[in-house]
Write a protein that binds this ligand. Structure first.
Ligand code: GLA
Length: 378
């Protein structure tokens, strides 16, 4: 159904916002650390038309619980909207909380970002809504401000504890680049990541595993990181330099906290090392750092699952230069950096390994660094 069929009015514009994979820098964003995402070609798209009243009518055919949701713009409050509509409604709520003047709106959504795959389908919905509202109501907000609004929608309205990685990636990534983002102050640098030039491909392996208790486990990891920072007397684990790690570990009596801290400190260091290699034009050399990042997430941070571990071990056994889980973990997706001419063989090896282990067939596709959110040409 077109927007006009649904709402009896032609859209005032079309906007899009991508999902993301994170090349490296996992579970660092809520520790004020470094991340290195790229935008996927998969996007959430919104068509929107203003309404004369103060209703917010949202439509999505594709969401698992899709359909039309009719909301009163002035009655939006955390906990009042459930399902997919909580993400866009939360954006309108957060903007109103900040004192922005919004009017009624019809918005129809489409998305091809896989849902629940750790590829930021919810951030894409939030960010596309944020850019559309910013544009339609002339708010003049910068992409970083829109990302913060989107994060509050997810965290404070939809109630999902998250950092700023996904929303910043969707709002700020650019085609052909990875984004080096310092989550402490949101300073960023676009780093060319031209895999084709170097004969490389980046595969995304969606395990199909959706972990039901991921939010609770994620919140526990955050609490452990905060406890670690408090015990060490630093504002955030970001403030423990790699050369201070041994001393820091010696001061932590709890073995679990020691593992969590070691992951965050070594992961920030891995981001810097990957960035240095990319800056030196040595993308082929980053593989071992990706694989080491996975081992750290598996053994120290304990956020992987058998399917993610198998995606990584099967790809590296088949000759991938490096592989790791990406996103929050507990299911979702892995990435594998491969020689372009080995991509098919690697994907085949992963499929075979999944079949032999009795897992559902994984979804495998290529990630090509795509543009961030914006208005679409008519
Ligand atoms: C999820 C969260 C992000 C980030 C990652 C882990 O994707 O939404 O903020 O914490 O997990 O790096």
């Amino acid at each position: 159904m077109t927007h006009e069929d649904l709402f009896g009015a032609a859209p005032d514009g079309h906007w899009s916002a991508p999902g993301r994979v994170n090349l490296i820098g996992e579970h660092t964003d809520y520790n004020d650390g470094l991340v290195l995402p790229l935008a996927l070609p998969h996007t959430a798209r919104a068509a929107a038309s203003r309404r004369p009243d103060r209703r917010l009518r949202l439509y999505s055919a594709g969401m698992p619980d899709g359909g039309t949701v009719d909301l009163d713009l002035d009655a939006l409050a955390p906990g009042t909207v459930t399902g997919w509509a909580a993400y866009p409604a939360g954006v309108a709520w957060a903007l109103r909380e900040d004192g922005h003047q919004l009017g009624g709106l019809n918005v129809s959504y489409e998305s091809d970002v896989p849902v629940g795959a750790g590829l930021s389908s919810s951030a894409a919905l939030e960010v596309v809504t944020a850019v559309a509202l910013d544009d339609l109501f002339g708010l003049g907000l910068a992409p970083t401000a829109l990302a913060r609004v989107a994060q509050r929608a997810e965290r404070d309205f939809a109630g999902v504890p998250c950092g700023i990685l996904d929303q910043m990636a969707s709002a700020c990534c650019t085609a052909g680049h990875v984004l080096r983002l310092d989550t402490r102050d949101l300073s960023m640098r676009q780093i060319p990541f031209s895999m084709a030039l170097e004969g490389l491909r980046l595969l995304v392996i969606d395990t199909g595993v959706r972990h039901a208790h991921a939010d609770g486990a994620y919140a526990r990891r955050r609490a452990e990181c905060e406890a670690g920072a408090t015990a060490l007397g630093v504002p955030a684990l970001r403030d423990v330099p790699p050369e201070g790690l041994d001393d820091a570990l010696a001061r932590l009596p709890d073995a679990t906290l020691r593992r969590r801290v070691r992951h965050v400190v070594t992961e920030n260091d891995r981001v810097e090392r990957v960035v240095a290699l990319l800056d030196a034009g040595r993308a082929r050399a980053i593989g071992p750092l990706l694989t080491a990042g996975h081992a750290s997430l598996r053994d120290d941070f304990e956020v992987t699952c058998p399917e993610l571990d198998l995606a990584v071990s099967a790809s590296t056994a088949a000759g991938a230069l490096g592989a790791r889980m990406t996103g929050g973990g507990f299911g979702g997706s892995a990435i594998a950096l491969v020689d372009a001419d080995a991509a098919e063989a690697t994907a085949g090896a992963v499929r075979n390994a999944f079949a032999a282990a009795g897992h559902h067939p994984p979804g495998i596709f290529e990630a090509i660094p795509a543009p961030g959110a914006g208005r679409l040409p008519v």
